[in-house]
Design a protein around this ligand. Sequence first.
Ligand code: PEP
Ligand code: MG
Length: 334
Amino acid sequence: AEGEATSAVTERVSTADGRPVEVAANVGSEAELGPASERGADGIGLFRTEFLFLDREAPPSEDEQYEAVTAALAAFPDDRVVVRTLDVGGDKRVPYLDLPDEANPFLGRRGIRLSLDEHCDLFETQLRALLRAAASDGDADGADDADDADGEGLAVMFPLVSQIEEVEAAVSAVESVAADLDAEGVDHAVPELGAMVETPAAVFLADRLADRLDFLSIGTNDLAQYVMAADRENDGVAAYHDPLHPAVLRAIDRTASAAEETDAWVGMCGEMAGDPAFTELLVGLGLDELSMSAVTVPAVKERVREVDSADARDLAERALACETRAEVRELLDG
Ligand code: PEP
Ligand code: MG
């Protein structure tokens, strides 16, 4: 955002009629930060912290996590960086956690369930790193952290939320870590807090989640899996696992409409967000932010600029009226 020197692709974009849409990047390692910035991402919409925990003998230290998050903030000093707390379990196994086998790991102790479960110590360490990082925002203008209404600085989101109790517990863990850091005299701030919407339960509770949190981010990879009861990795049910299924579109619509009634912003960080063929539909469904793998950022930005939001809303309404995914596909192709 430094004026002349910045090429067009790094500018924030709005629809043709002026509605801003943030186009951010999903990042799963520090090596992906540079390319995300070069492609003109408006910050990070999903920083997957799993890379810090996988393929090693012991969990990362608080300082190691702090360094990784401050590196992300430094790469995007004028933008928001949304860090997801540890999302393991399910398909992602961590040897040193020594978790019992589960017959249905995707329906088991994954994501926030695990963080709040017996691995509270891991969660606490991660939150300490995050709250410290929130105070060292990477903010070039020296503005105080935590005041992120302007879409800058650190935000933290919790994966696989399915109950309000989880949000209450996660928020109290944040408060308790803040109190500890305070007592220790360690510089810290409380970042924006959000939930991923990737279970049907979170969709049905989206109004309450949005009331309690600063933002919601829809994870369509898992949401399609759970709405359609179709394993995201099983090619045999790939026809079910389609974010264009009307049931999934209705789930997205319900989530976005619930957030619209509140001060919370709503984004999407599942694969669906990165397909420019879906951009108009997603804008029409009311998403404020789209986060995707860095390679698709320029194409989606270009698409956002062409979209008219009234036409997009009309398209979304027609898609929501479709009965089959074939009809939705036909609508988008036509
Ligand atoms: C999702 O489920 O859509 C998501 C973004 O998270 P992940 O793919 O890491 O499960
Ligand atoms: Mg997910």
